[in-house]
Design a protein around this ligand. Structure first.
Ligand code: NAD
Ligand code: IPM
Ligand code: MN
Length: 354
């Protein structure tokens, strides 16, 4: 029997609701396809920080490293711990420590959930964002000087390395080559960011020479954001820096109809370390504890995880089940105009699996 060892971190807020719901779906898929998910749940979140002064125990990284993959709900409870501490000592740390340098985030409008583009029926929105996930604006380099004074200074430095930019470009070109349209949009801002983004464009152009079959189009990120709304059918694979990808993929969620839908994988393509799968959304304190969070993003993240673990058939079936529930439109959470609970939606998806 195939076995996959999964570190499950429900985290904070609605992470604690959507994670068990999605795991139930994944376990159903595992049973049907003859493999086992050996899940170990870690209670690391902002409550844990209040108790221990840390987001995870001292040997947390070693614990996680032993697993084949990490399945995360969401982290962050600003009422308990400032976000920049909670996230830097958890998610952002894991991305850097495990060198999960690719953040792969599909943006796909599902039939039945037209979102804000409903006046354009039949429009195909099917993009995949390849976000640099280990450096850039999120490198964590900077400092503050003369705090609280009139002459206070705060500096946050963007770090682009040749290795870091080359590898994300190469991954994005490979992804574009695999897809029928062979089209890559490179998100830049080299009209204003005259060092980092000029370098980004140069590396893109260099790597492009290895992929003559892929068409590359360069867009400044501001225009690209507008294009996502006004002409989304012209976009396929999009490669972005860390911060630009963060912003554009929430916009992608809105395009999809709700932040309760999009998901992503934080990948180590070389498989030296466990890759991490999670919804794009956060812990949603505004709706937490009410059992109404949409579990579809977490289920989608689970499908991406199964695919990465080599369970491609199970991954496909989970996505088909999710898409069938979306298309029927009968069992949906309030963010999609329905009145179902988190558990009801997860159960509807699991039942489609048979
Ligand atoms: P958020 O994504 O948590 O919420 C934004 C809005 O979307 C809210 O109105 C929320 O109710 C709604 N929403 C999000 N997910 C939903 C779902 N599954 N179903 C229905 N509605 C949903 O973003 P935020 O409010 O900026 O952040 C809240 C906390 O989450 C902060 O602490 C933030 O730092 C953290 N955060 C964590 C992650 C992560 O762990 N990966 C990602 C983003 C934000
Ligand atoms: C995301 C989140 C994180 C990010 C936050 C929680 C640090 O918004 O995964 O999109 O900015 O990368
Ligand atoms: Mn984000």
């Amino acid at each position: 029997m195939r076995r996959h060892s999964i570190a499950v971190i429900p985290g904070d807020g609605i992470g604690k609701e959507v994670t068990p719901a999605a795991m139930m779906v994944l376990e159903r898929a595992a049973r049907r396809h003859g493999f086992v998910l050996d899940a170990e749940t870690y209670p690391w979140n902002c409550d844990y920080y209040v108790e221990t002064g840390r987001m995870m125990p001292k040997d947390g990284l070693e614990k996680l490293r032993r697993h084949d993959a990490i399945f995360l709900g969401a982290l962050g409870n600003p009422a308990l711990v400032p976000d920049h501490i909670a996230l830097r000592e958890s998610l952002l740390l894991w991305r850097q420590a495990f060198d999960l340098y690719i953040n792969l985030r599909p943006v796909k409008v599902l039939p039945g959930i037209p979102g804000p583009l409903k006046e354009r029926p039949g429009l195909s929105v099917d993009m995949v964002f390849i976000r640099e996930n280990s450096e850039g604006e999120y490198a964590g380099i900077g400092g503050r000087l003369r705090q609280g004074g009139d002459d206070e200074v705060a500096i946050q430095t963007t770090v682009f390395t040749r290795k870091g930019v080359e590898r994300v470009m190469r991954y994005a070109f490979e992804e574009a080559r695999r897809r029928p349209r062979k089209l890559l949009a490179c998100a830049t801002k080299s009209n204003a960011l005259n060092y980092t983004m000029v370098f980004w464009d140069e590396v893109c152009a260099e790597v492009a020479k290895e992929y003559p079959d892929v068409e590359v189009r360069k867009y400044h990120v501001d225009a690209l954001a507008a294009r996502m709304i006004s002409a989304p059918e012209t976009l396929d694979v999009v490669v972005t820096s860390n911060l630009f990808g963060d912003i554009l993929t929430d916009l992608g969620g809105a395009l999809q109809g709700s932040l309760g839908l999009p998901a992503g994988g934080n990948l180590d393509p070389e498989r030296r370390n466990p890759s991490l799968f999670e919804p794009v959304h956060g812990s949603a304190p505004d709706i937490a504890g009410r059992g109404i969070a949409n579990p579809m993003a977490a289920v989608w993240a689970g499908s991406l995880m199964l695919d990465f673990l080599g369970e491609t058939e199970a991954a496909r079936e989970v996505m088909e089940a999710l898409e069938a529930v979306a298309a029927e439109g009968r069992v949906l959470t309030p963010d999609l105009g329905g009145s179902a609970t988190t558990e009801e939606v997860a159960k509807a998806i699991a039942d489609k699996l048979g």
